[in-house]
Design a protein around this ligand. Structure first.
Ligand code: GDP
Ligand code: MN
Length: 391
């Protein structure tokens, strides 16, 4: 789960990492009021969306009066901010107003769960402000990496090595070490999978401030952190996935045009592969799980069709705990209730398969049956190509 910048900064501040003074606003008037409240003579107005690259997309403005703050905020509210990371755009309905920082250097500090080394990795560079992926491609030698031994945590030596590695002055080392250790503590305490301060800036007075922050959390650990779970902002998430999750369905949104209803993640993977092999692209996949009732299948059908890019649907069920007859009943009910207008290909195997096939055949509905997964994938790809664009 991702959170907004202002939420990430609230967390960092709680752990003692210095952040600029700021306030959240839900309207341009409130934004302008915030700048008066904060005081000073320069502010930054920042669109709060779950994406980086806001600066180059026009989502970050430096302002020198409350009128400028008002105008900058007015230009953001209600817009979809299109960034390099979010080409579909993300809706802006909160902006964060901060005192502008006096920046002399921009650094990068990241903490990630590194799946390759199965440890927590500290990453830092003296080249902050740019995306780390971009820097990794352009100048990998400029990135300082340090593996954290989980039982020990970040050692003083390790923190100092990083601080010197990114070229900080001797007078800044102890503060940098504090920032590193506190950010690491937040990461571990809250079961984060990624924490990024980019840029971590050196101010004119020589202090360090986190000017931008981003934190992602492990979904499977959210139950132990209700205070984190409540920071979720569904408006920033894939609408299709949120819709399915609200209904207790396991759904993954993809970019193609074939909707998939499957039981089990392994079978889902195999089905995605078969679709690709047949020359098609999956739009999503929905896992109905085990022992799915006809009602659950109907709900799942609705979630798959909720994606307007879906031009054909493939149902692939290998029933063990599931029952093909229940799945078939659910499919027939979906046809009757949802005015299905796209081709549907069904492959059933396993428990009560004969009964399931009979229900589909007797329904008189234009459902295409397939005996094997390969055949089903080909039929679905052909159907998606032949189908008219529904929108
Ligand atoms: P991002 O583009 O989404 O990563 O948003 P950031 O918060 O990182 O802002 C982008 C860039 O705007 C930063 O790298 C800075 O160069 C600049 N910026 C952000 N806040 C301030 C500020 O308070 N003062 C100054 N001078 N520049 C800022
Ligand atoms: Mn940034």
């Amino acid at each position: 789960m991702d959170i907004h910048e202002y939420q990430a900064k609230e967390i960092l501040a709680r752990y003692g990492v210095p952040v600029p003074r700021g306030g959240l606003a839900y309207s341009p008037e409130q934004a302008s009021y915030r700048s008066t409240e904060i005081g000073g003579s320069a502010w930054v107005v920042k669109a709060q969306v779950h994406s980086g690259g806001r600066g180059e997309a026009g989502g970050v403005s430096l302002c020198r009066s409350d009128t400028e703050v008002l105008r900058a905020a007015d230009g953001l509210f209600g817009k979809r901010l299109v960034t390099r990371q979010a080409p579909g755009g993300k809706l802006v309905y909160r902006v964060y107003v901060e005192e502008a920082s006096d920046i002399t250097r921009e650094l990068y500090l990241g903490i990630v769960l590194d799946r390759a080394s199965e440890t927590i990795l500290l990453i830092a560079t003296s080249d902050g402000g740019v995306e780390i992926e971009e820097l990794a491609a352009r100048a990998p030698e400029a990135i300082v990496r340090s593996v954290v031994e989980p039982a020990v945590g970040v050692t003083d030596f390790q923190a100092r090595e990083i601080a010197f590695g990114i070229g900080l002055e001797p007078s800044q080392i102890s503060e940098a070490c504090r920032v590193i250790r506190r950010a690491y503590q937040a990461f571990v305490d809250l079961d984060a999978t990624m924490l990024e301060i980019n840029p971590l800036v050196v101010t004119g007075e020589g202090g360090l401030v986190a000017v931008d922050a981003k934190v992602s959390f492990d979904d499977n650990a959210l139950f132990r952190h209700p205070e984190v779970a409540e920071l979720r902002d569904r408006s920033q998430e894939d609408a299709r996935e949120a819709h399915a999750e609200d209904r207790g369905l396991a759904y993954v949104g993809l970019d193609g045009d074939i909707g998939c209803m499957i039981n089990g993640a392994g079978l889902a993977m195999a089905t995605m592969d078969m679709i690709k092999l047949a020359g098609g692209e999956p739009a999503n996949f929905l896992d109905i799980g085990g022992g799915a009732s006809p009602e659950r299948v109907l709900k799942a059908f609705r979630a798959v069709l909720h994606d307007e890019n879906v031009r054909a649907m493939l149902v692939n069920i290998f029933a063990g705990i599931n029952r093909c007859d229940w799945v078939a009943e659910g499919i027939v009910a979906a046809y009757r209730n949802l005015s299905v207008s796209i081709p549907v290909v069904v492959r059933l195997a396993g428990t009560h398969v004969d009964e399931g096939r009979r229900i589909l055949a007797d329904s008189g509905l234009p459902i295409r049956s397939a005996d094997s997964l390969a055949e089903a994938a080909h039929l679905a790809v052909d159907a998606a190509r032949g189908a008219g664009v529904p929108t």
